[in-house]
Design a protein around this ligand. Sequence first.
Ligand code: SF4
Ligand code: SF4
Length: 363
Amino acid sequence: MTWKTKLRRKLIFLHRRTREYLLVGRGLASTHHPVQVHMISIRRCNLACSYCNEFDDFSKPVPAEELIRRVDHLASFGTTLITLSGGEPLLHPELERVIARIRHHGIIAGIITNGYLLTKERIESLNRARLDHLQISIDNAQPDDISKKSLKVLDQKLQLLAEHAEFHVNINSVLGSGVNNPEDALTVARRAQELGFTSTVGIIHDGSGQLKPIGPREQEVFEEIRGMKKSCYSQFNQFQRRIAHGLSHEWRCRAGSRYLYICEDGLVHYCSQQRGAPGVPLLQYTQQDLRREFYTAKSCAPRCTISCAQQTAMLDNWRAPQTLVAFPQPAPQPDPAALFPPPASDELVGISGLPNELQGEAD
Ligand code: SF4
Ligand code: SF4
């Protein structure tokens, strides 16, 4: 790598980091805008991991014009970060156009990908679109019947990223049931750091995003990865540690307000594991919806493993107690007093039949 390339990367890194600090400051100063939005750009995937039901093998990409309309609406709320995923987002032929639009609004742009479609040309195209963050989740060292997202297959893609990417790269490894060898997570994290990337480790949760304790060896591996030099800053929160030890935790989930999940049909959901609530079209979502959900307690919070929602909630856990109760499939009501009827049950709607998923987000 020439000194010019090194300098360019350093300047891009400093610019990105400055923007992030400023946006975190803004998130602390005001509770009136979404901090993290997860948006599905295409439901189709080129893989078929056996634990995943967040993909199909036939969906067309969401038209770029439609995604751009959604981005513009999110920008009008003052959104901080938009992450595009799928399915496999790199199957979207105009992904870079959408990323460029996100950046045009001054919003941080990220993607979550399985990495299979990365080439030198595609990485350079993502550089030109000014992508900020890319995450790849690697499930094992060798491909198996559960997942082909293995270090063996993806290592050459990681080398391409190390050589050509101007954006931040994070490699996520996983622990929990369905992962045959916990040592694989260590191997993946070590390789990520060797190549100059950050690394995170996620715990597999059950079909509704809820906590499943991991075994003693997995806990040791978890702590070792967290202690690594370039372990991502998000690993320093206590949520993941409590999850790893099978403990429930008290926090205020601000999904539907500070964290949004937008499906391919353009509906707002709490998260990938609580789809259907509130289930309102994004283009009809208003400040009133954001405020209602900010103050709405989610009964699934104590045993939730959705790390993005928890990271976002750290900005607000110390303030604004939640006095409203979530209810299934809320319909828009004209009278604010009628927006919060007593729920028939204090349980949120889960998605029936969801298999285990990693970190709550498909990649
Ligand atoms: S607590 Fe929030 S992020 Fe977690 S499963 Fe429930 S709605 Fe989703
Ligand atoms: S986990 Fe990711 S790569 Fe695997 S099938 Fe689901 S969307 Fe595709």
